[in-house]
Design a protein around this ligand. Sequence first.
Ligand SMILES: Cc1ncc(COP(=O)(O)O)c(C=O)c1O
Length: 442
Amino acid sequence: MPLREHDPELYAALERERQRQSEGVELIPSENYVSGSVLEAMGSILTNKYSEGYPGRRYYGGNENVDDIERLAQERAKQLFGVPHANVQPYSGSPANFAVYFAICQPGDPIMGQNLPDGGHLTHGWNVSVSGTYYRSVPYHVKPDGYIDFDEVWRLAREHRPRLIWCGATAYVREFPFEDFSKVADEVGAYFAADIAHIAGLVIGGVHKSPTLYAHIITTTTHKTLRGPRGAMVMVTERGLQKDPDLAQKIDRAVFPGLQGGPHDHTTAAIAVALSEAMRPEFKAYAAQVVRNAKALAEALMAQGFRLVTGGTDNHMLLVDLTPTGPGRGIFMQEALDRVGLTVNKNTIPGEPSSPFYPSGIRLGTPAATTRGMREPEMERIAEWMATVRDRIASFELPKDRDERNRVLSEFRAAIEKDQRLIQMREEVREWAKGFLVPGIN
Ligand SMILES: Cc1ncc(COP(=O)(O)O)c(C=O)c1O
């Protein structure tokens, strides 16, 4: 029975989401639209299967086809990233990173990662995460100009002699200095893990330096620039095997049985499909356009008077610093842009003067818009809309006092609901966005 009839309530919510995805512009840098083929594999009967273990070594029967599928995914990952070992089973990026800890660290070991308010990820040692609780986290930071403070990295590494150093971030707009990190790790005897969750597609596309020659371990999500299903991979490089010949087995054992039970075989299949798509020349062209679009959006926003962290971007992402109009303004901008169908997320900026929940910036990215075929002229149009939205909400400031803040936010929400220019803009964005097809939807 079709879902529409089988579960109308769920179906209606799904339809509303389908509409939201096609009638707005997705500018969250960690999101993308997968192909119809990736969706087909994700929604396949592989979800019915249990297959704890690895190809040829399973704890359940009936895995001959799953073995083929998982081997395909592994081989494609190895080929694309030029690595000797790939584990494609982690449920998502965070469990993939925890597998790295579990494979090579003992509780209490010192570890280094980019501080979360400076753009790093929760799993790189932030204090509310297991990574910052079970291990002794020594975070490094970015300088006021937004670039990683490498003098600090050297100083902290020599002082604390970490077991593991992460390079990778969730909000960093410049090329990652993998080579420099490998020198630090070598000198202090640390493992060096590159978390390329955000930039994996750019690495494959040849528009961001690859960590393969420098890192011991590479982790990545598969659902961002890589344009696959929600999932992740942990790869071991030749360098990693030179440092520790058992590293591949340690990683495999950490993923299963260390942290997980049965792999999500439908996800593994969809990862294999996404990796085969990433091998095609069209994907290289896509990755290059993602970066061109990000640079075009950066130029257009600066021309509209926005300030960007580091003054631009090398990758798919931009961080807009809204402090010239006051601290803590990220929430206003995010909600007002949402109102007109431009989806972004509020984000901290270097030296954040407000707080992680009421940060002073917004984070933007071009992977999803580029998948829909948007190019440089469309980026200019988006920047114009964003400037108008900024000007419409310029009078709202974020009070420090909690009650006062709630009052201002309620007033703000009421105001953007009835702002005629924003209402009209919502229609403009809707009509315009509908002209760009969404794979898997249109
Ligand atoms: C750099 C980085 N690593 C890991 C993750 C975690 O991925 P997931 O949300 O799939 O757990 C993210 C997600 O945003 C990320 O940006």
